[in-house]
Every structure is written in structure tokens, then in C-alpha cells.
Ligand binder design. Sequence first.
Ligand SMILES: Nc1ncnc2c1ncn2[C@@H]1O[C@H](COP(=O)(O)OP(=O)(O)OP(=O)(O)O)[C@@H](O)[C@H]1O
Length: 298
Amino acid sequence: MKNIVEVQGLTKTYGGVNAVDDVSFTMESGKIYGLLGRNGAGKTTIMHMLTAQMFPTSGKLRVFGEAPYENNRVLSQVCFIKESQKYPDHFRVVDVLELCPVIFPNWDQHFADQLVNDFRLPLKRRIKKLSRGMLSSVGVIIGLASHAPLTIFDEPYLGLDAVARELFYNRLIEDYAEYPRTIVLSTHLIDEVSRILEHVIVIDNGRLILNEDADTIRGQAYSAIGQVEKVESFISGQETIDRKPFGGLLSATVHGSLDPERRKQAELLGLELTPVSLQQLIVHLTKQKSDRKAVDFR
Ligand SMILES: Nc1ncnc2c1ncn2[C@@H]1O[C@H](COP(=O)(O)OP(=O)(O)OP(=O)(O)O)[C@@H](O)[C@H]1O
């Protein structure tokens, strides 16, 4: 697959703060990425550099094979949706949507109309009179209907309620199946988006700490549930991520892959095996790598 984003040694320093510190990764065409990390990790700064809204302090950055700055060939293929998007005060929803075909060459008007209906967005209402959730849905509709080859969502759905978020995820998956493109979701709601993500990039304190296919990550842990002493014997000598007693039973999450022999052992002990959540595993891996880094620095 073709790399549409190539980042090498990307660094951004604000005064004395290394917001992004020597980060390297690539993004392929036709894949859904999660750009994840704690508050202040550096995700927005990376997205601003990818979309040419900010220059890096150092490092190499190529989008569609070129430097993105003042480059319309690149920027016409990019759609960046952020929660804090500002619109002119007098604009109504319809005024914003009418501009989109001019900005995005692949704009899908039919899909946009459907989404306006799905999200029950009042077309004639002024943007500044919209509720927070309605404003979020304007961004979501633009991002989806843009069909931009690189579409980046920076937490634009924070204001959406659970029903509207579910609608967003479902429309995204259906539309992506028909029009594959590269989609980047930056979010804290890892469990909600985990079924959608194909690749995960985790940033911590400005540094890249995980860059892995979601399926590879998912295969790195599992939970075993059953009688306390049987689970204890099953996990003895294994690295456990988490353990939770409930109703006389124990649920333990093991870091490691599940081979046929372990499966058989679990079956003999009468244990139930379940896949671990991406969020649980990412939190663990993040903690592990941060701890290791802290040790390295000593
Ligand atoms: N204009 C700025 N001037 C100085 N420091 C900044 C500026 N913008 C961001 N930072 C700092 O850079 C670091 C990374 O910020 P960034 O907004 O990229 O994080 P983030 O991962 O997007 O966080 P969040 O999930 O909370 O939005 C933070 O320490 C932040 O305080």
C-alpha cells in the first residue's frame, strides 16, 4: 500500500516545551488510524503540522509525497475537522455546506443531505445559535461527505450524545467500505472507536510509544474468568495486566498470546476466555513504556 503520510524525526518546541519530540511514522492509503494519547501528549500539534497549519521545529514531513505548506495539490486532498472550528458569525448551516463543494473536490452532496437528515440538523439556523452537539454534527458531516483522501477528525464528536456518536461510527464504517480513504481519529474514547481502528499510534509526552496494527495489539492479551483458585493456577508465572474479583469469581487479564495449549488448559480448568479491550491494553502498554522510559532516564 502507498504511504500518504511520512513523518521522520518530527519535532515541535514551544519555548522550552517539547510538544512533539522526534516522532517518526507513516500512514498508508485506505486505512483507519487512531491517534491516541493522554491530554497534552502532542496529538493536536502533530495534526496541525500534517495539515500545514504549523511548521515543525525540525524533522521531515511529507503528505502525498510533498511538503504540505501552501501546497494546494496536497491541501485539496486533506480535510481536517476539529471541535473548536470557527465559522463567520452570520453563517447559517446551509451557507457552510454550500461552500464545501468548492473546497473539497470529492464532495458527496447526496451523502451530505442524508447526514443532515440523520443528524436532524436545522439547515436554516445560524451556526452561532446551534447547540454544542449540533455544532459537532456540522463538523462530522463535512468530514464524512468531503470524501477527502486524508480525513482527520480531532475529537470533533465530543459534543455529540451517545446516539449521535453511534450514528457517526456507523455512517463512517458504511461509507468507508464504499470509498476507502485514510481516516485519522484522535480521541480519548478508545473503547468506542476500537472496533473501527485498523492501526493505532500512541503519543505520550510528545514521544511515539506505540505504532501497531490494532489486530496485533488485540492479540497481545486475553482475560480468564472462573473460580479464584483455578484462575490463580492458570495465571501463575504469567504477566498479568489486571485482576478483578466479582461474586466469588476472579477475572484476570494476561499479557501474552493465547496458544492452543493455553486454551486447552483453560478449558480443563473450566475457565472462560475473553478478548481484552483495546483501551485496557493501550493503557497498560502506555504505562509500561512510560515506566521503562523513566528508568532509562535515570
Ligand atoms: N501555542 C502553544 N504554546 C505553548 N505550548 C503549547 C502550545 N500549544 C500546545 N502547547 C503544549 O504542547 C503540548 C502538546 O499539546 P497538544 O495540544 O498537541 O496536546 P494534545 O495531545 O492534543 O492534548 P489534548 O488531548 O488535551 O487536546 C502541551 O504540553 C501543550 O501545553
